[in-house]
Write a protein that binds this ligand. Sequence first.
Ligand code: CP
Ligand code: NVA
Length: 306
Amino acid sequence: MDDFLKLQDLYSSQLIALIDLGLELKNKLKNKISHEYLKNKVMGMIFTKSSTRTRVAFETGMIQLGGNAIFLSSQDIQLGRGESIADTARVLDRYLDLIMIRTFKQSDVEDLAKFASIPVINGLTDYCHPSQVVADLMTFKEYKGNLNGKKLCYIGDGNNVANSLIVGCIKCGVAISLACPENYQPDPILIAWAKHTGNIEITDNVKVAARNADALYTDVWASMGQESESETRKKIFKDYQINNDVLKYANKDAIVLHCLPAHKGEEIAEDTFEAHAKEIFDEAENRLHAHKAIMTALFVDGFGIN
Ligand code: CP
Ligand code: NVA
């Protein structure tokens, strides 16, 4: 694999290897064991949307791996003034070893990868958020010991995070249930693939979805770029909240995950968030380790992704 653009591009074995590599790198960092696998490599990070976790985790991760990272806000580079993705790719290709991009259109990420010979990593698009889900599954595995046969329930908007969760869960043998309002369901192509490949349930009933879940997961009701829909979405999504009532339907030791940032009182009740803050912030921490695994695996043979 030359790039990390969406989880569909990975074999199950590659995704599982990435999760395990994330756990191994986390252990190395905690035990101060050197792991400078990307010494002197330079990564450019293009952001056309905001970020706290993705930016800091990729940048810190690259430094810990012995390389350097350059933050490229779209406002500061010519991409923001209309230079094409193709030309941007062909220029950055001459300077950098690796590009990470967060933007709106998945096709822009795919085009960047097409025109650049160096690896490209997707740091979120409107369609998917694959680096997030490597960290999510890593966290799920840390808490539950293994993934195969477990159940994750996603409640809320069926967009980028939900799309990647479907693919990630199915590839790791995790059953996934999703409660999403009508017209806010995940990509139908992914649903069809998941139905054919693994265990997926789609409903508009939060309690039905939560039944026997080992993890409950949610994301904001209005994603980046949808700010103008925020008030309408509050009405449509009002019953799609993780709270203590919904938790009663899940397994009693179920964990709660949230990709963050959270809008407490909307997609998750504040008391539920705080009661499960340990899991949620472990998940945020795991972005660092998971991103290091992704970057390492793109360069170092023997980590299961190349
Ligand atoms: N979860 C996530 O991607 O967070 P950021 O938007 O802060 O990067
Ligand atoms: N669905 C959210 C995820 C943020 C990490 C968004 O796209 O804004």
